[in-house]
Unconditional design. Structure first.
Ligand code: ADP
Length: 201
């Protein structure tokens, strides 16, 4: 099975920047990576994403179920087939996002979120989770105000809880999580990710 690499962190932490750089490095080294993202990785996920971005007053439970529905489709239709075909998969967000945002952030029961994450992921676990950690203000200042989505525009304390959630998950899973200071220069971060990936390739 090819490695499944997940990128996590608050919006503006640099996930899509690093996914693009890693994808280019992998291609330059003869790999054929699949780059995908949650929740938009499938037609159902795109529809869920439109709801999540377009309706700021969705209940936290509705949000949770939309993300999990999108994930179930994404795993079954996109991620698993690619991994089985031997392609390295790079995903912008996966199950840890739901734990960080819907449980740590929104306050939903962690054991319920964990069960739904497991159900939607169908047993699939990331080979490596790259967590780009950046202070809320640093990440926010990189994002244009008019590009803020529903979750991004929530208040500061919400993002602090989300970041705290990520830090706790990373601390609890040191073997499968790589935590990187997201305020470092782009190339330095890319080098750290590339070095950590070598034993997995
Ligand atoms: P995310 O995908 O996590 O929301 P992006 O990769 O889109 O974050 O990055 C958000 C903005 O910050 C982009 O304008 C990007 O060029 C910039 N950026 C990304 N990584 C860094 C970095 N290490 N240092 C400074 N700016 C960065």
């Amino acid at each position: 099975m090819a490695p499944f690499i997940v990128f996590e962190g608050i919006d503006g932490s640099g996930k899509s920047t690093q996914i693009e750089l890693l994808s280019q490095s992998l291609i330059a080294n003869g790999h054929d990576p699949l780059v995908t993202q949650e929740p938009d990785g499938t037609p159902l996920g795109e529809a869920a994403g439109r709801w999540l971005r377009g309706y700021p007053n969705l209940s936290p439970v509705t949000e949770l179920l939309l993300f999990e529905a999108a994930r179930a489709e994404h795993v079954e239709k996109v991620i698993q087939p690619a991994i089985e075909a031997g392609r390295i998969v790079l995903s912008d967000r996966f199950a840890p996002s739901t734990m960080a945002y819907q449980s740590y952030g929104r306050g939903l029961d962690a054991s319920i979120v964990e069960d739904l994450n497991r159900l939607a992921a169908d047993g699939l676990k990331p080979t490596l989770t790259v967590f780009l950690d950046a202070p809320i203000e640093a990440a926010r200042s990189r994002i244009e105000p008019d590009s803020l989505d529903v979750l991004e525009s929530q208040r500061q304390e919400f993002h602090q809880r989300v970041r705290q959630g990520y830090l706790e998950m990373a601390a609890n899973n040191p073997e499968t999580w790589l935590t990187i200071d997201g305020t470092l220069p782009v190339d330095t971060i890319a080098e750290q990710i590339w070095a950590r990936l070598q034993p997995l390739l």
